[in-house]
Design a protein around this ligand. Structure first.
Ligand code: G6P
Length: 612
């Protein structure tokens, strides 16, 4: 969702900001803009559409300025157009804001400001925010920084903001609550951004702003205060990210790069954690509260989107190996009921970005009810990682494609390690089963590599079905969540309607849709539900549905029934989602490319959903 980039220092700000906005394109957006100070005026340039549209609009303009800020907007209040794009001016046009988040009480604030003579030029809540700041500034005769702090106590909602003022051309003010903001610290220069990707090529020293903190960068100095005006010392951390990890590296799309990166990302995820020859399995981030997990009466998993699907795989894993009951909750539903969290319950929160607003809010609710939170995140230093009591990172590297791929397999790998650790500590699995699982984990990267060799045969399937109007995905047991994930991948990037179902549930509804036009992707591995799923395939065939079966290597029975058969390497049932999902990622990718869709930035979707 909305992306923020700002710069203050000795270089020209505009090129840095535009490049940074491009780095943030993956988050999803529909308009873009920049604010610069030159010739004693605060100038805003903004345009509906991509950053490239903005660049065209900027051609020939005087953009010289060593301070500036830019924004990519994902519309919430008001349609995507030039007017609603950020930055927004204050009433006097002397101050400007860029904002990520939602101000919930904007309507009453706006009416109040209108009564006091403010005129608004957009439909956004963000414009109200900057008018409010100016109103406080003028009426309280205080510093701008003070006015920002006071205004923050008056707004309800979530925000990451950056503010520039014509009268303070050497100053940027930033604040956050609920939406991410990272400050890059260079030599006599500072960079602000929604995540580290626009910063990494300039500096690897960053400060993650915390909720309720206000940062002021002035005369080459960064100072941070909390909303109560108490100074805090900026905690500078080293970024562990390489520039090439956020570039396409020869691939046509980030999504394809990320699919093909999975042998590497899983190797990184396992590194130092699993050494089967020594019977070693450990997650360094889970120590102090490890016993809480081992002795949990119940595990509640909170997540959204693809992360919710890996949570479903974890439900099967934990129940199978640890015998701890698991509930997998959509974070957005959990937070708005009155959920029961008892002593003895632990929460696992799963999030690639670590910034998903609903997941964050659900965690806060669970925490307020006394739960211990284990975070499973990819983005290091993200809000969820920081708010969790303990947790484990995926080490998958930045995921830029909106459709999540390597994060899913990374999440399942981490969750599998967690389940196996608990099972071993509880003595539920035998030593030989434990050893077998460690070996299987270590073999995953090689087997994914083999599964990726299916790429060409999947292109053939994609060509055959690229014009389908609907798809059905079926799976059972550990592979039921993979059916959901396969369907999600397809609809996200190809805009084909697709549904995932537990195969046996097909009889209770979706079977009515099956005819000779309906492609049905069935994950039919040789596992404990093999015979059952073979029957489900027969049921589809009997209604002339077109079956694309994902089978175990060497399967001969299903070859007789399915129109297309894709063989994936064999692995223990519990880890099989890590392999069966690969052809489904590739299928969605190739269909989307063949339909001419924007694979990495599908319409309406955002990578990091920082509003609820
Ligand atoms: C968005 C993304 C999905 C992601 C979901 C949850 O919808 O497009 O790919 O699965 O958010 O995000 P998280 O970062 O919490 O895993």
């Amino acid at each position: 969702m909305c992306g923020i980039v700002a710069y203050i220092g000795h270089r020209q700000a505009c090129p840095i900001i535009l490049k940074g906005l491009k780095r943030l394109e993956y988050r999803g957006y529909d308009s873009a803009g920049v604010a610069l100070i030159n010739s004693d005026s605060l100038n805003i340039y903004k345009k509906k559409g991509k950053v490239s549209e903005l660049e065209k609009f900027l051609e020939g303009k005087d953009l010289s300025s060593t301070i500036g800020m830019g924004h990519t907007r994902w519309a919430t209040h008001g349609e995507p157009n030039d007017r609603n794009a950020h930055p927004h001016y204050s009433n006097s046009k002397g101050i400007a804001i860029i904002h990520n988040g939602i101000i919930e009480n904007y309507d009453s604030l706006k009416k109040d400001l209108q009564m006091r003579g403010h005129t608004f030029h957009s439909d956004t809540d963000s414009e109200v925010f900057i008018h409010l700041i100016e109103d406080v500034y003028e009426n309280n005769h205080c510093s701008l920084e003070e006015a920002v702090r006071i205004a923050l106590t008056m707004v309800v909602g979530a925000y990451a903001i950056v503010i520039m003022s014509k009268d303070h051309p050497n100053q940027l003010i930033a604040a956050r609550k609920g939406s991410p903001l990272v400050i890059g610290v260079g030599i006599d220069e500072f960079f602000l951004a929604s995540d580290a990707t626009p910063i990494i090529e300039y500096t690897n020293e960053v400060v993650y702003l915390n909720d309720f903190e206000v940062a002021v960068i002035k005369d080459n100095k960064l100072s941070i205060k909390n909303i109560e005006d108490k100074t805090t010392t900026p905690y500078i951390q080293k970024l562990d990210m390489e520039l090439d990890s956020i570039e396409k590296g020869g691939y046509t799309h980030f999504m394809l790069k990320e699919i093909f990166e999975q042998p590497r990302s899983i190797t990184d995820c396992l590194r130092g954690r699993v050494i089967s020859a020594q019977g070693h399995l450990a997650l360094g981030g889970i120590r102090q509260y490890a016993n809480k997990l081992v002795n949990a009466d119940r595990i509640i998993i909170l997540a959204c989107g693809t992360s919710w699907h890996s949570g479903l795989v974890a439900e099967y894993l934990f129940e199978e190996y640890t015998r701890i009951p698991v509930e997998v909750e959509y974070a957005s539903e959990f937070r708005y009921r009155n959920p029961i969290v008892r002593e003895g319950d632990v929460v696992i929160a799963i999030s690639q970005s670590g910034e998903t607003a609903d997941t964050l809010a659900a965690i806060e609710l669970a925490k307020s009810k006394g739960a211990i939170i284990f975070g499973v995140c990819n983005v290091v230093g993200s809000s969820i990682a920081r708010t969790s009591h303990e947790g484990a990172y995926l080490h998958a590297g930045p995921e830029i494609g909106v459709a999540s791929t390597k994060a899913f397999t990374g999440q399942v790998t981490v969750l599998a390690m967690m389940a196996i650790i608990v099972a071993n500590k509880k003595g539920i699995i035998t030593e030989s089963k434990y050893q077998e699982l460690l070996v299987d984990l270590e073999n995953i990267p090689k087997k994914i590599e083999k599964a990726l060799l299916l790429n060409d045969s999947i292109k053939v399937v994609a060509k055959e079905f690229k014009d389908a109007k609907n798809f059905l995905y079926l799976g059972r047991g550990f592979n039921f969540p993979v059916a959901l994930e396969g369907a999600l991948k397809l609809k996200e990037i190809s805009y084909i309607h697709a549904e995932g179902y537990p195969a046996a549930e097909m009889k209770h509804g979706p079977i009515a849709l099956i005819d000779e036009e309906m492609p049905v992707v069935v994950i039919a591995l040789q596992d404990s539900s093999y015979e059952k799923i073979v029957s489900n395939i027969q049921e589809v065939r009997a209604r002339r549905g077109r079956v694309i079966a994902i089978v175990s290597e060497g399967d001969t029975q299903i070859k007789e029934m399915a129109e297309f058969v894709i063989e994936v390497p064999k692995i223990s049932e519990a880890l099989s989602p890590l392999l069966s999902v690969i052809p489904l990622q590739l299928l969605a990718y190739h269909i989307a490319v063949m339909r001419g869709c924007n694979v990495d930035q599908p319409r309406n979707l955002a990578k990091s959903v920082t509003v609820e």
